[in-house]
Write a protein that binds this ligand. Structure first.
Ligand SMILES: Cc1ncc(COP(=O)(O)O)c(C=O)c1O
Length: 310
């Protein structure tokens, strides 16, 4: 991730230089993790940057705001246009886009009553999330469980939700693994700290469903549709921990992680430690789509330049 002083961002309706977007150290959302956010990618295409599934990301951002009872003061349309404007203003070929709404108030106290809400959108160059994404990951089943909606809304991207992810990731990294896999409170497979998980067994694609305390990933939803279109059977169901070790193939997916193979879990090689054919096929097709090479899926892309000029 590269952020420079010459970059611009959108803050409360205005494009301003990034260094001017400042907050107090006592800001409520910094102190209590009360912000909400999205993570979106724009890919380089022959017609300029194309934002992947923009409407879906904006919808999830607005739903997160609703779940966290934050009146952010902008419509879906306004946030959508602001995202496009931010990508364009930064002259980016490709980008990671971060909409963020937060309590911009530094009075001490947990209450959010009458606190000002600010909305920020940043966009910056971003490469691979995992440096070894192509080679595949070594994962650990976390000793921490993924929270469920009796304590925090699993379907919302609230900043505070991510402390569960941060702890699971720390545990995995400190134990020599690349990433964690979290089980839900019942011991069923949920997801990674910032990724959904897919297994391949007997040619079928299997992924934990909505009742496994997962974030309903937009990449996950796209891959389910894509796999069906490719004639691959897909199943959303509870996944037992032991199924991980005997999977034919295993991979993470997400906006940041894209499609990243998992080749070892808890020291057990998956698919003999090699990237499997179904993962490869889906990954290749996914990258063709995001780069605008598959007209059938052009509806998933918003061309930032065309949108503003046209
Ligand atoms: C906890 C969690 N699960 C799954 C995902 C994947 O979701 P998406 O594909 O919408 O990025 C993310 C990333 O946003 C995440 O943070």
């Amino acid at each position: 991730m590269v952020m420079t002083d010459s970059q611009k961002c959108w803050l409360n309706g205005q494009i301003i230089p990034l260094p001017e977007a400042k907050v107090s150290i006592m800001t409520h959302s910094l102190q209590y993790g009360s912000g909400i956010f999205e993570g979106i990618r724009a890919y380089e295409t022959s017609e300029g940057p194309a934002i992947f599934r923009l409407e879906e990301h904006v919808n999830r951002f607005m739903k997160t705001a609703r779940i966290y009872m934050m009146d952010i003061g902008y419509t879906n349309e306004q946030i959508r246009d602001a995202i496009i404007e931010t990508v364009r203003e930064n002259n980016l070929k490709s980008a990671y886009i971060r909409p963020f709404a937060f309590y911009d108030d530094s009075k001490v106290g947990v209450s959010t009553y009458n606190k000002k809400i600010s909305v920020f959108i940043g966009a910056f160059e971003f490469g691979k999330y995992f440096s070894n994404a192509d080679a595949g990951l070594k994962c650990k089943i976390s000793s921490l469980r993924r929270f469920d909606s009796s304590s925090l809304p699993t379907q919302a991207k609230g900043s505070g939700n991510y402390l569960n992810s941060v702890l699971a990731m720390k545990e995995a990294r400190r134990s020599g693994f690349d990433e964690a896999i979290l089980l839900d409170r019942n011991g069923m497979v949920a997801e990674g700290p910032g990724e959904n998980i897919f297994l391949v067994r007997d040619g079928k694609l299997i992924t934990p469903g909505e009742d496994s305390s997962i974030l309903l990933g937009i990449t996950r939803m796209s891959l389910l549709e894509l796999a069906r279109d490719m004639g691959i059977e897909v199943v959303e169901r509870f996944v037992h921990r032991e199924e991980i070790y005997v999977a034919d193939e295993l991979f993470f997916c997400g906006t940041a992680a894209e499609i990243t193979p998992i080749l070892n879990v808890d020291g057990v090689d998956i698919a003999n430690g090699k990237v499997g054919p179904i993962t490869r096929k889906i990954r290749d097709e996914f990258f063709n789509i995001v780069q605008g090479k598959e007209p059938k899926y052009s509806k998933w892309l918003t061309k930032a330049m065309a949108e503003i000029d046209g």
